[in-house]
Write a protein that binds this ligand. Structure first.
Ligand code: GDP
Ligand code: ZN
Length: 305
C-alpha cells in the first residue's frame, strides 16, 4: 500500500501511536528519521497532525509531523530553558478551582500565566458553587479576570449548575482540564458524561494513566472535540516560565512591553520601568503585578537554592 494520508495522533503508547485517519484509527510506528529523533522535539505527541503511510489497513508508519499550531511545553521550574512538548494543537485549557475554601488568586494567576506562556486561551472555572452562601457578591471576586478577557464559569458538579455553559465551551475544541487536586475536575467530567473521569488518567493521582490500559497520553473524543489527557498535565501549576517571557503572560502588561528604559527590563527594581509606572498610575492592578513579581522571584529563588 502506498500514498500518504493525514491524521491526528490521539494516543501515545510507548513506541506506538494511534492515528485517527479519515476512516478510523491506524496504529503506527515511526519511520526512519523520525524514529532516530524519537526523543527530540520531533517526537509526535497527542494532538499532532501527521502524515502516515499504511502497511496494512489498520497499521502504518508516521512519516512526518505537520507544523504545530500550538505546543504545550513543560518547562522545568528550576531551569525554564529546559522544555519538552507534551501535547500539540490544544485550543484551550479549563483551569478549575474550588469556590470553597476561597481560592488563592495568586494560584489562579499562575495557572493563567502558564496557559498564556503556551499560547492557549484559558477559561476559569469556579466549581463547588453550591457551597457558596452569597453567589452574587462572591462572583465579584473574579470580575478582574473577566475584565482581562478570561471567561469565568461558575459550576457545581452536584447541582449541575453551569454545566451547559461549560459543555458549550468544549464543543469542537481540544481542551485540557487543569487545576489543583480536590477542586472537582473528575466530578465535573463525570457530570458532563458518566464514566469520563475514569478514562482521564491525569485526573487520577494514583496511577497517572487510564485505569484499564497502558495508555500514556490520550485525546478523548467529546462533543465533536477532544479532552487531552497526559500525565504531565497534573503539575502545570508549577511549570517554569522564561523570565523574559513572563510579562507577556499578563495580558494587561502587553501594551507596556518594550517601553522600559532597559530592553532587558524584568520590571522589578529597574529605573524607567513602564510597567511599574503603569502600576503606579493604576492602569495595571497592583495585585496582579505582585503575582508577576512572585512568580519571577520564586523561580529565581528555586534556581539559586
Ligand atoms: P479532583 O481532584 O479535582 O478531580 O476533584 P474530585 O472530583 O475528586 O473532587 C474532590 C472532592 O470534591 C470530592 O469529595 C467531590 O465529591 C467534591 N466535589 C466535587 N465537585 C463538587 C461540587 O461541585 N460541589 C461540592 N459540594 N463538592 C464537590
Ligand atoms: Zn520594565
Amino acid at each position: 500500500m502506498s500514498g500518504r494520508e493525514e491524521g491526528l495522533v490521539i494516543r501515545v503508547l510507548g513506541a506506538a501511536y494511534d492515528v485517527q485517519g479519515p476512516d478510523g484509527v491506524v496504529r503506527c510506528v515511526l519511520r526512519g528519521r523520525l524514529r532516530r529523533q524519537a526523543e527530540g522535539p520531533q517526537r509526535p505527541v497527542i494532538g499532532d497532525r501527521v502524515e502516515f503511510e499504511r502497511v496494512t489497513p489498520r497499521e502504518g508508519a508516521i512519516v512526518a509531523i505537520l507544523p504545530r499550531r500550538t505546543a504545550l511545553v513543560r518547562r522545568e521550574p528550576l531551569d525554564p530553558s529546559k522544555a519538552h512538548v507534551i501535547a500539540a494543537n490544544l485550543d484551550q485549557i479549563v483551569a478549575v478551582f474550588s469556590a470553597i475554601p476561597e481560592p488563592d488568586l495568586f494560584q489562579i494567576d499562575r495557572y493563567l500565566a502558564v496557559a498564556e506562556a503556551n499560547g492557549l486561551s484559558a477559561i476559569l472555572c469556579i466549581n463547588k458553587m453550591d457551597l457558596v452562601q452569597d453567589p452574587e457578591s462572591f462572583r465579584s471576586l473574579f470580575a478582574e479576570y473577566e475584565a482581562l478577557g478570561y471567561p469565568v464559569l461558575y459550576t457545581s458538579a452536584i447541582t449541575r449548575a453551569g454545566l451547559d455553559a461549560l459543555r458549550e465551551r468544549l464543543q469542537g475544541k481540544i481542551t485540557a482540564f487543569i487545576g489543583p487536586s480536590g477542586v472537582g475536575k473528575s466530578s465535573l467530567l463525570n457530570a458532563l458524561q458518566p464514566g469520563l473521569a475514569l478514562r482521564i488518567g491525569s485526573i487520577n493521582p494514583r496511577t497517572g494513566m487510564g485505569r484499564h490500559t497502558t495508555t500514556r497520553s490520550e485525546l478523548i473524543p467529546f462533543d465533536g472535540g477532544y479532552l487531552a489527557d497526559t500525565p504531565g498535565l497534573r503539575d502545570i501549576g508549577v511549570w517554569g516560565i522564561r523570565p523574559e517571557d513572563l510579562a507577556a503572560c499578563f495580558p494587561e502588561m502587553r501594551p507596556y512591553i518594550g517601553r522600559c528604559e532597559f530592553s532587558d527590563c524584568l520590571h522589578l527594581e529597574e529605573p524607567g520601568c513602564a510597567i511599574r509606572r503603569a502600576v503606579a498610575r493604576g492602569r495595571i492592578s497592583r495585585r496582579r503585578y505582585e503575582s508577576y513579581r512572585r512568580i519571577l522571584i520564586d523561580q529565581q529563588a528555586m534556581r539559586s537554592s
